[in-house]
Write a protein that binds this ligand. Structure first.
Ligand SMILES: *[C@@H]1O[C@H](CO)[C@@H](O)[C@H](O)[C@H]1NC(C)=O
Ligand SMILES: *[C@@H]1O[C@H](CO)[C@@H](O)[C@H](O)[C@H]1NC(C)=O
Ligand SMILES: *[C@@H]1O[C@H](CO)[C@@H](O)[C@H](O)[C@H]1NC(C)=O
Ligand SMILES: *[C@@H]1O[C@H](CO)[C@@H](O)[C@H](O)[C@H]1NC(C)=O
Ligand SMILES: *[C@@H]1O[C@H](CO)[C@@H](O)[C@H](O)[C@H]1NC(C)=O
Ligand SMILES: *[C@@H]1O[C@H](CO)[C@@H](O)[C@H](O)[C@H]1NC(C)=O
Ligand SMILES: *[C@@H]1O[C@H](CO)[C@@H](O)[C@H](O)[C@H]1NC(C)=O
Ligand SMILES: *[C@@H]1O[C@H](CO)[C@@H](O)[C@H](O)[C@H]1NC(C)=O
Ligand SMILES: *[C@@H]1O[C@H](CO)[C@@H](O)[C@H](O)[C@H]1NC(C)=O
Ligand SMILES: *[C@@H]1O[C@H](CO)[C@@H](O)[C@H](O)[C@H]1NC(C)=O
Length: 824
């Protein structure tokens, strides 16, 4: 061969290499199926083949091909894939012959739509691959989504199993199985939890992609990635993005190295970055850039950082620190050192971290203290992958496997979601329902029901599994599901007395003729299993006349049912506005406030651990047949700060309009948060209007703002519910206003305790005089005509701590600075 030929050969082969390198990863195993579709569908340069019964699928006979005309909004330009789906009515198996052992991606495409009698968004099912649980009893949320799993396939077939949950079905819109280049997945990585620095193997673990992000506020689409990955812009994950600056310079990336690493991440990922805001003028700038991801606590995560110095002109200029959840990942990271002084060389780094307790993973980069003139920090790309547990699950923690049922821990818990949930939950718990016909089922034979219960395999199975859920509650509380079906006439719609985000509330009648309220949680409701459990634990722990009593619960068959005593008169809210019920008199309203204050006071002080209700509102105060108030809904309750040190990091929960502004801003939960919410309820009681009423003029939309304004101007009479006109004695009104004002103090320390509130409410009732007092039912103190309140022993009994803290405070008291309770 002449030298010219050699040169030509080298030239040709380098061109070939170039082509292979830039566009040409050809996976040995590459299955693309457009499920339920009779035709092949092109997405970019790939063809998803029509779904024929013999195409890899060994499926059930009850499969159905579904079709929709809806097209979801999809970043990946793959919306055609979502127009069809295969519905699976029984356990179904897809088998893919594998040519190359090792890492494969399984991508599952979902888009729930309605087809004939199937509403795909109600489908609940599990998917496993080999011996790995990918997800369990899962509901696909609204909108399209792609779930991506990385599995180390060690046998010649990859088997995917779809299992519908009981009485449900499974579905899938499209499927993708793809063998991966060996260099993509590490066999082990450094851990930053204890012992820090040790290495942990992931070669047998499955990984689920939680986030794949391109920094620099630019999305990279699958058609620009050799492995058809979607790199989402980091903007939505950035906290405080005023500290961040987006940079882009693709030409600064060393293309030789980038080409070699193209399967790790495309050059355009490395060519954009988010860096710390240019601090040229202020060298003392001291801040981190932080991205925040929602994760499931208890799992380990593999975090891959992609770096490329596209900002420096010379080496050894950029030093920075890297953190995950405030734990140090790298101190004084010097990219030029790691890349042999080649500026613009892509570099990646893997780290494993365990996320405990919290459902957030923070990734931060920040300046180091090594002597560089202008501190800076940079990140180009990031991937977060969940690692399967030692028992092979990506959905259920090993410690939860013992339990009979599980709820997906809220994946997206944030302020916004918390408030959104709260708005939904705020839909009233009960709608008063007076003329309900008695049901015939009351005399269903007892032993027959017991027998059904015992012989139904399904029920027995679940009841055995579920027995361990509530170790702390008394077993007597546990009801068989059949007994509840019986009491509610198989959850008859005609017995529904309330609907909320959690599900429905039914009126029921037990065999012994006890009327009960049956709250049946939808298993996928946001309120979820944790709240179900909390509520039962709280209720079984406490018995008080002013707390709604727990009669029982049922957790069979993944049900989340709580049975309460029936409250004839529904919610306080219903009696205040937006209903045609007769208006409550002022003394009645005071009694109700006193009753609920007493319930809360008991919660706060009744046991060694203070219990914080966290969702005090008029919709959670229920009235019995004699209008005695009872506090309900303990789903969000928590033990107080002195016991529970984690209170600071708790996601903000509660109801919009009632949230303590201090809790919102500092996330510090104390009993005083309940006091604030109670103050809002007092204003509702006084004014007879909703907390937020967008139909009113701006200055009146927020009840708190509007009422506090009038209070400040000493014009309390202006805001009183017109139904109460002329009923309230000025002294009683003044006292009531004072208490509400104190409760609503911006700073928790300035608010009275519930005991003080109670004492002062008693005063307000005294000041009103007893002649109009309704039947006290022995709930309130005997009202004697004693003017000197301090000598009234039965009142003094409730003045905990600072007796008369509020007494004698004049209207001119400086009002604590009000923080707008509207969280934005
Ligand atoms: C779909 O594509 C495959 C190969 O890619 C081909 O064998 C098959 O005939 C095509 N089917 C239809 C319905 O076009
Ligand atoms: C999406 O796909 C269509 C047709 O397949 C193509 O015309 C269009 O350019 C694609 N859009 C993007 C952003 O790739
Ligand atoms: C999902 O969509 C359905 C129908 O459009 C809607 O009723 C439901 O509220 C949506 N759920 C969520 C969580 O957005
Ligand atoms: C897959 O697992 C095998 C054995 O279990 C291991 O030897 C191999 O390194 C793993 N491959 C990867 C890519 O982790
Ligand atoms: C992404 O791919 C499209 C089509 O394949 C191409 O037109 C576009 O220039 C690419 N974008 C980048 C940033 O390379
Ligand atoms: C991009 O990087 C190259 C090489 O480092 C440099 O010459 C060029 O000035 C940079 N462009 C911008 C806009 O910063
Ligand atoms: C890119 O990296 C290679 C080494 O892989 C090096 O030889 C070359 O000089 C680098 N190019 C630039 C522009 O720095
Ligand atoms: C994440 O960062 C935010 C804002 O800095 C902080 O409030 C939160 O506590 C951090 N979470 C963790 C787990 O560090
Ligand atoms: C960046 O975050 C880490 C961990 O939370 C913290 O220790 C450090 O002080 C922060 N740096 C700056 C400049 O805020
Ligand atoms: C799953 O199967 C593979 C190979 O059969 C084995 O190496 C692995 O340990 C198994 N994982 C679990 C969680 O049983």
């Amino acid at each position: 061969m002449s030298s010219g030929n050699i040169r030509l050969f080298m030239w040709v082969s380098s061109i070939l290499c170039l082509i292979c390198g830039s566009y040409g990863f050809v996976p040995q195993d590459h299955y693309l199926i457009d499920c339920g579709s009779p035709i092949n569908t092109s997405v970019g340069d790939r063809v998803f083949v029509a779904d024929t019964s013999d195409s890899n699928a060994l499926s059930t006979p009850q499969e159905i091909f579904a079709k929709t005309t809806l097209k979801p909004v999809s970043l990946s330009n793959d919306s055609a894939l979502y127009e069809t789906a295969r519905i699976l009515n029984g356990p179904s198996i897809y088998t893919f012959p594998i040519k190359k052992l090792g890492r494969h991606w399984v991508r599952l495409y979902f888009f729930p739509f309605v087809f004939q009698s199937y509403d795909l968004s109600t489908a609940k099912f599990s998917v496993s691959a080999q011996n790995i649980t990918l997800f369990k009893d899962f509901h696909v949320g609204n909108g399209s989504q792609v779930k991506e799993y990385s599995l180390n396939v060690t046998s010649s077939n990859l088997v995917l199993t779809f299992t519908p949950s009981s009485k449900s079905f499974a579905f899938i819109n499209a499927l993708e199985v793809l063998s991966l280049p060996d260099e993509l997945t590490p066999e082990s990585a450094r851990t930053i939890n204890d012992p820090p620095g040790s290495y942990q193997s992931v070669s047998n673990k499955a990984l689920e992609t939680i986030a794949r992000v391109n920094m620099g506020d630019e999305t990279v689409f699958p058609q620009n990635d050799t492995l058809w990955r979607l790199w989402i812009s980091d903007d939505m994950y950035l906290l405080h993005n005023n500290l961040a600056e987006f940079v882009s310079n693709i030409t600064a990336v060393n293309s030789t190295i980038a080409r070699a690493m193209v399967n790790i991440a495309p050059a355009i990922v490395y060519g954009t970055a988010t860096k710390l805001m240019n601090s040229g003028e202020d060298p003392n700038i001291n801040a981190n850039v932080t991205w925040r991801f929602s994760v499931d606590p208890g799992f380990e995560y593999l975090v891959r950082f992609h770096f490329c110095d596209i900002v420096s002109i010379s080496p050894n200029n950029l030093f920075f620190n890297v953190y995950i959840n405030s734990m140090l990942v790298s101190r004084n990271l010097d990219l030029s050192h790691l890349t042999s002084n080649i500026i613009g060389a892509p570099y990646f780094m893997d780290v494993i971290t365990r996320v405990n307790d919290i459902s957030k993973l923070n990734v931060s980069v920040g300046p180091s203290n090594v002597g560089n003139p202008s501190p800076n920090a940079i990140l180009n790309g990031l991937e977060v992958m969940k690692i399967s547990t030692s028992k092979g699950s990506l959905d259920v923690l090993d410690s939860d496997l013992k339990k009979g049922s599980k709820m997906k821990v809220g994946v997206i818990v944030g302020l916004a979601v918390g408030i959104f949930t709260a708005v939904i939950v705020a839909i009233s718990l009960f709608v008063v329902c007076r003329r309900r016909r008695r049901r015939k089922y009351a005399h269903v034979n007892h032993s027959k029901a017991e027998e059904n219960f015992a012989t139904s395999g399904m029920v027995t199975k679940y009841s055995n599994n579920g027995a361990a859920i509530f170790s702390s509650s008394k077993t007597g509380y546990r009801f068989p599901f059949v007994a509840i079906q019986e009491a509610t006439d198989y959850f008859s719609e005609s017995l529904v007395v309330g609907v909320g985000g959690f599900g429905k509330v039914y009126k029921g009648i037990l065999r012994d003729e006890t009327k009960v309220a049956v709250k049946r949680g939808v298993s996928y409701s946001r309120q979820g299993f944790a709240e179900f459990q909390t509520e039962i634990e709280m209720l079984s722990m406490f018995r008080h006349r002013h707390l709604v009593s727990l009669i029982g619960y049922c957790d069979e068959q993944n049900e989340m049912i709580i049975i309460y005593e029936y409250m004839e008169n529904g919610t306080l809210k219903n009696h205040l506005y937006d209903s045609d019920l007769p208006s409550l008199s002022w003394p009645q309203r005071l009694e109700i406030c006193i009753g609920s204050a007493r319930g809360l006071h008991y919660l706060h002080t009744g046991s060694t651990k203070a219990i914080i209700h966290r969702d005090v509102k008029s919709a959670n105060i229920l009235l019995d047949e004699k209008f005695m108030a009872k506090v309900a809904d303990f789903g969000l309750s928590k033990t107080g700060p002195e016991i529970d040190k984690t209170h600071v990091s708790t996601a903000v929960k509660g109801s919009f309009g009632y949230l303590d502004p201090e809790y919102l801003t500092r996330q510090q939960l104390t009993e005083k948060s309940d006091v604030y919410s109670f103050g809002v309820v007092m204003l509702e009681v006084l004014c007879g209007r909703p907390v937020i009423d967008p139909s009113l003029p701006t200055e009146k939309v927020s009840l708190v703002e509007w009422a506090m304004n009038s209070l400040k101007r000493g014009k309390l009479e202006e805001i009183v519910d017109p139904c109460l006109a002329g009923q309230i004695k000025p002294d009683s009104l003044r006292k009531f206003g004072e208490i509400a004002d104190k409760c609503l103090a911006g700073c928790g320390m300035d608010r009275p305790s519930m005991g003080d509130v109670l004492w002062n409410l008693e005063c307000a009732l005294q000041l009103q005089g007893s002649e109009e007092k309704p039947d006290p039912q022995g709930q309130s103190l005997p009202v004697n005509h004693v003017n000197n309140l301090e000598t009234n022993a039965s009142i003094a009994q409730f003045s905990m701590g600072s007796v008369g803290d509020l007494a004698g405070i004049s209207m001119s008291t400086v009002f604590a600075q009000m923080v707008k309770e509207d969280p934005r």
